[in-house]
Ligand binder design. Sequence first.
Ligand SMILES: [Zn+2]
Length: 355
Amino acid sequence: MEGGMDEKVLKMITRFAAVLTALVCVSLHFFPELHMRAVMAAESAGGQERGGTKDAASPKVEAVVREEQGLSAQLKIELPEGLSAEEIAVLNDCMSQTVSIRFAGGVSEYFSEYSIKGRSDHIAALSYYRDGEQGVIVLELDQICEVRSDFRDDSLYMDLLDPREVYEKIVVVDAGHGGRAPGAVKQGVSEKSIDLSVALALKEIVEEEDGGIGVYFTRTDDTNPTLEQRVQLANRLDADLFISIHNNSSANGSFTSTAGTQVLYSESDESEYSSRRFAQICLDRVVEALGSRSIGLLRGDGIYIIRNSSVPVALIEIGFMTNYEELDNLSDPEYQKKAASGIYRAILQAFEEGF
Ligand SMILES: [Zn+2]
């Protein structure tokens, strides 16, 4: 309890400073002339390394050139002296559209002591807070970006890129349910964990294959994004494909002999590369990978994320949790991997077909 008061005061000050910083950035963002003046002032001051305390966070130069390599990066983020690369973590959260830069030995003030130089058109706000022994710089983005960063000489050089600059194709994968919404729970097994395990197995395959496909996940842990957040990830990215992973149950939840794979699609999507065609591909490839029974396609516009998807969507019900044998299979990591490889093959086939 000792020092509790001091900590509170410090937290308040930090928060106030963060709000102030965000306000300064937002005002610069909305008043380009002001920003231009800041740029010109900085340039006429002979490229001074640090500006005043309040606008230290404002962008000052168009691009930062790493002279040694002749490469340019959009941002140069100064960090406390003497950190090693292992003491810095960059976390890009596509759901909240924020990039967090965590570093060891957090200072109580960041923007008055260090500067972020360069500019990016994608930064909506900047803030800093201290989290125990770590400092955290938070870049709020105005869109989902891919981050490329490189640490050297006490600075983090960072590029914020539009996903389309990086990937030829973009897929959004949604593991159903999560957090306090477990979905069906049978024999102590929650649907949310099977859905997530399959999504994570798919993530592993995508990373191994490295086929130039950008895959974004609505969740990679036990969280529960809203349905709107899930479908908006696909829509905002203008993804080429949107896949939601679920598992089925009998109508009244009791165990029955019904088993097999089913895929839901949007019947209102009448485009050439339709949700229905993509759902058929998913059904074929998942059934093939699992050796499960095909129960066919089902109209899905009654489901929020299907109805509101502006991109080709398929909601895959991999199997029935209300069938003893299938529940056993679905709980097996090997079976989950097979399901993931079926989904991956479906993605590849869809792209071959022109999606
Ligand atoms: Zn479900």
